[in-house]
Ligand binder design. Sequence first.
Ligand code: 5CU
Length: 377
Amino acid sequence: MATSKIRVVDIHTHMYPPSYIKILESRSAIPLVRTFPQAADPRLILLEAEVKSLEEATQDATAKLPGRPLTSHFASLAQKVHFMDTHGIVISVISLANPWLDFLSSSESGKMAESVNEEFSRMCSEHPGRLFFFATLPLTAPLETLLAAVSHVQGLKYCRGIILGTTGLGKGLDDPALLPVLEAVAAAHLTVFLHPHYGLPNEVWGPRASAEYGHVLPLALGFPMETTIAVTRMYLAGVFDKVRDLRMILAHSGGTLPFLAGRIESCVLHDGQLVREGKVGKGRRTVWEVLKEQIYLDAVIYSEVGLKAAIDATGADRLMFGTDHPFFPPLETDEQGEWESVSLNAAAVTKAVGEGSGEASAIMGGNAISILRLDQD
Ligand code: 5CU
């Protein structure tokens, strides 16, 4: 990456620690890891959209392989550091990848969260100053366990926030039962990194998708729409007003929020029910205001067009570079070399705000260092 003198920080970068991979290997429903005689690497199968091809490959050894190869990039810390060094990344804020602990029973998730968070903490301590992490919460556990998990991760030296999916306790992020958790997270000064996993229902993609369109529809459209819907529900439920100290980084530059915020605003203003119920009166913070006051966006959008919309929506001082490593590896060049998915995001920043500009330096690392306190141990 052409980023001389800039301290590059990657805030969107995942891992599955070995203990988590073990659980996936033992499972028969997604998420799971499965080996196939025709492939060298095991396959990591995560998404609902991959279930059909999993069934087909299980029955027919000539069928296309489901999911994605589970390479060393997913679980090896040495590989993460090699990736950072290859791309000039000085600091990474690592997080467990989707679907986190969502599939564990309420009796299992508390213990697993504790051990995964300790494992991330240990990994960070092996590279002091270079690695920080977003912790994982046991969302299927009882409230008491969840709140204890927030206290636990607050005390972990390298923890700077929590990674959160869109399901919350099972009913979404506008669920009033989730408020005590969001309040505890905000009070602990932990930034939420909101990340999608479930996308949209499979039927939306049509009957040709599984055989012909690869992962494009669920990843390019399902993920961003999921984030957009989750945050809009939070906004409509007044969650941002109820938890004013809540700070959220939205994955993939906020899904489609920067583009759709104006339409959301207009729909609110013109909604008879909301107006009748007094929800559109004086004192209401607009979506735009919430975006500028409580939301940060990552810069994982791969083009300057999307990035400019993100900058317009929240301000260049609220955007943070990310790679989405270990997802989107190069398919035709060496995985140990430079990744095109990374250079696309870096180039988008340069094209949007100008090479060597103060804004470029802020987005590529400066913002993350100050927002996530990465210059403090
Ligand atoms: O390629 C994928 O499926 C994914 C995923 O599951 N999670 C993610 O963060 N990026 C890509």
